[in-house]
Design a protein. Structure first.
Lengths: 395, 395
DNA sequence: GGGCATTCCTCCGGAGAACGCACTAATAAG
DNA sequence: CTTATTAGTGCGTTCTCCGGAGGAATGCCC
């Protein structure tokens, strides 16, 4: 039988060592530079062991001893510690966010700090491979701009604005024209030569808000993304939940109107046909002597425009109705409203009102509603977070 | 500083050993008696290590070498293995299932095999403490009947037919009269002197079907319980999901009819008011010259009675409608239909039809619909499974 | 019946991991 | 300068796991 370098054939003791190494590195990444003694205290390992693990990390270039010494243990006396910091010069990941009209790429260090970022306009009706070519070039130049090569990166997180099959990694047809029969992860992996993981915008938005946004530290929440489409990302028990085949959170096609418009999904009266951003703009347009954009709508809302507030409030109540059913089933402690209009107060208030009206009292009482904190950068932040999480799985 | 015998001060190596010991014991409990070689294969540990761990377990009285030898590795030759089995003479747990008209109590060994069981009729309108007294007596006598004392049991799992607050462990008011202001876990713990964990019937039904029923080995499924009330238990990512405050799965109060009957939850047209078992009996009653029971309805269905089939099919389609929305969000691979009517084919077919009609095609294609396998013993089986899981957490 | 292959299990020696202890290093306080 | 305190590191010990050798118990084939 040929030798296989699986994770599985590592011995238990090596796993233990690796787990402890990860624990130390994790503490360095999350809590910043620390002394070995601090690390020993926070990990529960002995000082000796931590010393040895730190030495390992330093030899592998994953950590460095900083030049400046720390204060000698708050207030008291004693030898000042030598601080150890996680290296940011190597490692790192890239994130790629493909939108309907843009490609955003960022390179971040292994703790998620963005080092270089760029956005370029793109027509999604282009064949997907042209967009992927462009993204590939952007990754290369941004990697260089942050002082590394693509090969130094430990992985790429890709955000696509469509459901993606978890097994085949194929984009579900019909939503993104020009991407048919394309497996974007494989394509990118071939172009860049490093691992690529992909997920949709709602899931990655949720991941981003969990790690760096409005849902920081919240174990069970729903991230609502209201944009061209309507989708939800679920974080359950502290982890992103993707379902059995990776298409959980497809809330956009709940039937909300018995005889509503026909949806691209062939059903009618879907949530998405009634409250998508294009639909809301279309509803507002006739009343204003201008072509409305999202920014203009937000400005009008800030000025107190009654029509805009009314339409946003209605939209919030409509999605809130669907969210109420979801919350009754899921019992989350937070709903984060994301997408371009996520910061609009009437939308959030509408959602709140419907939850109070349609969800069980106990469910409604348990759930908070908040605007997303990351705005247009939610997707790229989530893509980076996913890439880091994946990389962490492999030592 | 005084010495503290915390879990925490165990050294990493001891933890490793303990984890491996648990892995071996777990394999023995879930997959039954096995040879050491089988254990090595399933745990991924070396044969040597497994041998040593098994010796540990035997010395601690947690496992025994069985007298009968196994077959020598299916078909082939070779030395026949010495089978190792988890001990059932000690440990064990109790399960208590409180229904609207009965109390069922069972004592099981640590692998979930029921050793003694009893059901007694009870009027739930009694004060809850009377019911708990009775359950306490039943546990005592059943423990004795299985050759142990209550103090030998490692814990109790309690099933109540109502949502239960995860923090206060209080039953949500209004549903079970006579249980107001009662904390059943505390009450039982005081009476019996061993740890008590409680959950509702839908969650425990789901747990039971996961471990010993139609959902064995399925990571993501919805257990629908259709009885006096309507509820769902969710297993997501292989674990029972309870939500942020423990009331996930409350699917019974989705509004399904705009101007339907007023529900006990003060809303109207709730799923529960339209398809609960009493409601279905009430719908059927006028057409038959007898007082209908669940058993009679099932018999009529088996005979091919058109009216019964029609009503059950309609009920299935109605809950299926609500389940379709849930499945769109959760993307499970299975829906298990439980409760007294769970085995009725038209009900299951109705659910299937609504999923195909109302859920996203990809979601509907990913989900199977099946009858529950455990019938009226689902709750007690789940209560036992929960008690075992809790006990396993403490080494 | 006598090899022979096969599988199961255990003993043994070795390697790796974590730990406690003892020691040095570096500072503050008196 | 001495003492107290904290930080970091060699060293020997203990614990754990593993692979290989070898005995044990079977089926298969001649």
């Amino acid at each position: 039988m040929p030798y296989r370098a699986d994770m599985a054939d590592r011995t238990s003791l090596e796993r233990l060592r690796a787990a402890n190494r990860r624990a130390v590195l994790g503490a360095l990444l999350t809590d910043g530079p620390q002394s070995r003694a601090d690390l020993a205290r926070s990990t529960g390992l002995s000082r000796t062991t931590v010393s040895s693990l730190v030495q390992d990390l330093i030899e592998h270039g994953l950590a460095v001893e900083t030049t400046d010494r720390g204060r000698p243990h708050k207030g008291g006396s004693g030898r000042p510690p030598l601080l150890v910091a996680a290296t940011s010069a190597r490692g790192g990941v890239a994130g790629i966010d493909i939108g309907h009209h843009h490609v955003r790429v960022a390179v971040a260090d292994r703790s998620g700090v963005v080092l270089a970022e760029d956005v370029q306009p793109v027509d999604v009706d282009d064949h997907g491979s042209a967009t992927l070519d462009r993204a590939t070039r952007m990754v290369r130049s941004l990697a260089r701009a942050s002082g590394r090569e693509v090969a130094d990166l430990r992985g790429v997180g890709l955000c696509v604005p469509a459901p993606i099959d978890r097994r085949s990694a194929q984009i579900r047809s019909g939503i993104l024209p020009g991407w048919h029969d394309l497996v974007p992860t494989d394509e990118l992996q071939e172009r860049l030569g490093i691992p690529v993981a992909a997920d949709n915008d709602a899931n990655l938005g949720a991941l981003a808000e969990l790690h760096h946004g409005a849902a920081h530290g919240v174990g069970d929440f729903v991230y609502l993304k209201l944009a061209s489409g309507v989708g939800a990302g679920l974080v359950l028990g502290g982890r992103l939940y993707r379902g059995a085949t990776g298409i959980a959170g497809e809330i956009g096609h709940v039937q909300i109107l018995e005889h509503g418009r026909v949806c691209r999904c062939t059903n009618r009266g879907c949530l998405e046909t009634e409250v998508s951003v294009p639909r809301l703009l279309e509803l507002l347009e006739p009343a204003y002597d201008e072509t409305l954009t999202v920014d203009r709508v937000l400005a009008l809302e800030a000025e107190g425009d009654a029509g805009v507030r009314r339409v946003l409030g209605d939209a919030g109540r409509t999605v809130g109705r669907a969210l109420a059913d979801l919350c009754n089933s899921i019992n989350p402690s937070l709903v984060v409203v994301g997408g371009p209009l996520g910061s609009a107060a009437p939308l959030v208030e509408g959602v709140r009102a419907s939850l109070d009206r349609y969800a069980q009292p106990a469910t409604a009482a348990a759930v908070r509603v908040a605007s997303a904190a990351l705005g247009a950068r939610a997707e790229i932040t989530g893509a980076i977070a996913m890439a880091i999480a994946r990389a962490a799985l492999e030592e």
